[in-house]
Write a protein that binds this ligand. Sequence first.
Ligand code: IPM
Ligand code: MN
Length: 354
Amino acid sequence: MTKKVAVLSGDGIGPEIMAEALKVLERVGVKYNLKFEFTEADVGGVAIDKHGKALPEGTLKTCEGSDAILFGAVGGPKWEKLPPEQQPERGALLPLRKHFDLYANLRPAKIFKPLIGSSPLKKEILGDGIDILIVRELTGGAYFGQPKVLGAEKAFDTMVYTKKEIVRIAKIAFEAAMKRSRKLTSIDKANVLSSMVLWRRTVEEVGKQYPQVQLNHMYVDNAAQQLVKWPAQFDVILAENMFGDILSDEAAIITGSLGMLPSASLNEKNFGLYEPIHGSAPDIAGNGIANPIAQILSAGMMLEYTFSQGKVAQAIEDAVAKTLDEGYRTGDIMQEGMKLVKTKEMGDLIKERI
Ligand code: IPM
Ligand code: MN
């Protein structure tokens, strides 16, 4: 069966790293006999420039006609003067998440052994490295809650969660924990926010269906601290939208570089949007020096979650690990004595190792 993929490269380094991910997918297609059909569509700032809006109807149609979306990154200084809701992030990425009901955002923060030295944390703190899965709720909370008002003197967002929304994301987290070390930390701010009181109560209730999972609750401020103090205590982290956003950046940086981490955003039918957790990095765009690994690993997650090709996803991850083991590095993860390569070479090296 042909696997239809909407390719939305977006802005900044998006197109550069996407080219490498597509190369890798073509390679696995040949090796594992998978047939892909890639359809490119404009999104973000480039779409604003060409079509007058960040998420044109044609792009949405392409996505609707596909099995998955491979997404690069959007945004940049060029579009920052537009009204907030027309900017690439709020005009394209958030509507895409909402439109496809992509409520389950999976962000694995795993450190590749050769990169332990790139982490800002001390070796003693890292121990054997870290392997955390952040499950972030992606279609609720203050990002989408109504009313949302931006006035000249007063502005507000509404942080709202229904029990149903909490139940469905909690189940994803418990299921993930069952497949890993059966340890789940749920993040909230139940000491201050009503929505988070409901969050804690509901997670507790869902937990009764998973007696094998060891569940604990942690306030988000404490979690931010614990992540740098003792990251190894975490296995699966469950968080609402904004807390998950913040903690996943923090977790990402302790793995060595933001340029390494992929993500999957899934709905109930396993339709997914796959994107690196980093942004469009306009400061280095066009130089061919960006790290394509997060985009390549995002393609791997697409194979695993939407296309049920876990073995092929593993082959991609192994090829990345091998390339790093052999000492190849892009600038963001460069260490003394290693071989500095550009975006294209990194993509080629990974491709050849599959
Ligand atoms: C992310 C990003 C987005 C978010 C932005 C670009 C809207 O930071 O995917 O983590 O806040 O969700
Ligand atoms: Mn973020």
